[in-house]
Structures are given as structure tokens and as C-alpha cells.
Design a protein around this ligand. Structure first.
Ligand code: IMP
Ligand code: MG
Length: 211
């Protein structure tokens, strides 16, 4: 009885195999959305890895024997922070903060608003703010004031990219990966309208990318 039931089930499943193969073959024909190939790489993943390792060594040396809190600015700094943290040979913890800056998709209008605060008390702690890019300086000026009000022991700023020619506020980063020209870039966390953050290299954004 049991054997007969199992045999019937097998025959039923077998009869559906052609349908399964048809679905698989159809899926192979549907184009999978690929990464845009028409953007020029400005900084390769290998160069990024080298630079992140160098910044990690600098931080390890500067804070030898101490603990640090890395505060990543969401969402752009999440990839940089996760790679950097693994290059820091210290007792380090993380927290995250999120801001919104008004303006067009490519230009900041200078108004920054906090949308998510850190949850760790920062008083008397060594805080390193971690950002994807320092551009006009409005975001860092806003965050520096906010974090200094929490009375950290020290506050430093690590930015993977720096566009000095765009600066409108008198601020500099303590740790910089690359100084870049006035180009809008995407990849390795940086976005254009939330897209392209997962590109492993940093590319100069092109209007017709991914169309
Ligand atoms: P700032 O306030 O003008 O210094 O800009 C900081 C923020 O602007 C960064 O955290 C980025 O989110 C964004 N941003 C500035 N330049 C670029 C860029 O070239 N690509 C992507 N985002 C950028
Ligand atoms: Mg952004």
C-alpha cells in the first residue's frame, strides 16, 4: 500500500519535470539586471583596499593602548566602516548615525537634518566619525557640532574620499583615503538616487548608466 502511494507520487512528480525544465530554460533567457559597464572606474577595489589598510594602520598607531568608537554615517559609509574596522587592531566598537541633506540628487543645499542618532553614550570616549566623502563640508560641520556636544574625549574624522575643490565650510578630515577632482562618483557605498552603492569600485557617474 505504502509502496504504491510512493510510486504514484513519483510518477506525478516525474510528469511535471518537463514543466520545471521549461521554467528553468525561460529564466536563463530573461536578462538578469547587470551592473552598468559604461561607467569609468576612478578608484579600483584594489586601490580602495590598500588605502583602507593604510588608514587602519594610522588609527591603530594613533590610539595605541586605547579604545575607539567608530561612528558611521549611513548609508554611504557602511562599506568603508566594515572594511576599516577589520584593519584596526584595537578594542573598537561601532555605532551609526544618519542624516538627510536637502538639495538635488547631486548637490547639497547646505541644510542637514538628523534622522537617526547614535545609541552609545560618547562622553569621555575616543570617537572617530566615518564618512564616505567630504564634499562641501556641510554634513561634517553639522555632525561635528552634534557630537562635540556629547563631550567625547577626542573626536576625529575619517573620510574615504575628499573633494577639496568643492569645500564651502572650513573643515578637513584627519584621515583621508583619496583626494579626488570635482566629479560625482558612485560605488563602494556612494549612491546616485540610492543606486550603485554595491559597485565594488568607485566610478565616475554617467547619466546613462544602467539604462
Ligand atoms: P557634504 O555635506 O557636501 O560634505 O557631502 C557629504 C555627503 O554628500 C556625503 O556623505 C554623500 O552622501 C554626498 N556626496 C557628496 N559628493 C558625492 C558624490 O560624488 N557621490 C555620491 N554622494 C556624494
Ligand atoms: Mg548619499
Amino acid at each position: 500500500m505504502f509502496e504504491l502511494k510512493a510510486k504514484n507520487q513519483w510518477l506525478k512528480a516525474k510528469s511535471q519535470l518537463p514543466l520545471l525544465f521549461a521554467i528553468c530554460s525561460l529564466c536563463e533567457r530573461i536578462p538578469f539586471p547587470e551592473m552598468p559597464t559604461n561607467m569609468n572606474k576612478l578608484i579600483t577595489r584594489e586601490q580602495i583596499a590598500e588605502s583602507v589598510a593604510r588608514i587602519g594602520q594610522e588609527i591603530t598607531r594613533d590610539y595605541a593602548g586605547q579604545t575607539v568608537i567608530l561612528v558611521g554615517v549611513l548609508k554611504g559609509a557602511c562599506l568603508f566602516l566594515s572594511d576599516l574596522a577589520r584593519q584596526i587592531e584595537l578594542d573598537a566598537t561601532f555605532d551609526f548615525i544618519a542624516v538627510r541633506s536637502y538639495g538635488t540628487k547631486k548637490e547639497s543645499a547646505g541644510e542637514v537634518q538628523l534622522i537617526k542618532d547614535v545609541t552609545t553614550p560618547l562622553e569621555d570616549k575616543n570617537v572617530i566619525l566615518v564618512e564616505d566623502i567630504l564634499d562641501t563640508g556641510f554634513t561634517y560641520t553639522f555632525l561635528r557640532k552634534l557630537l562635540l556636544a556629547r563631550k567625547p574625549r577626542t573626536l576625529k574624522f575619517a573620510a574615504l574620499l575628499d573633494k577639496p575643490s568643492r569645500r564651502q565650510m572650513p573643515v578637513e578630515a584627519d584621515y583621508v583615503g583619496f583626494k579626488i577632482p570635482d566629479e560625482f562618483v558612485v560605488g563602494y557605498g556612494l549612491d546616485y538616487a540610492e543606486r550603485f552603492r554595491n559597485l565594488p569600485d568607485i566610478c565616475v557617474f554617467s547619466e546613462d548608466a544602467g539604462k
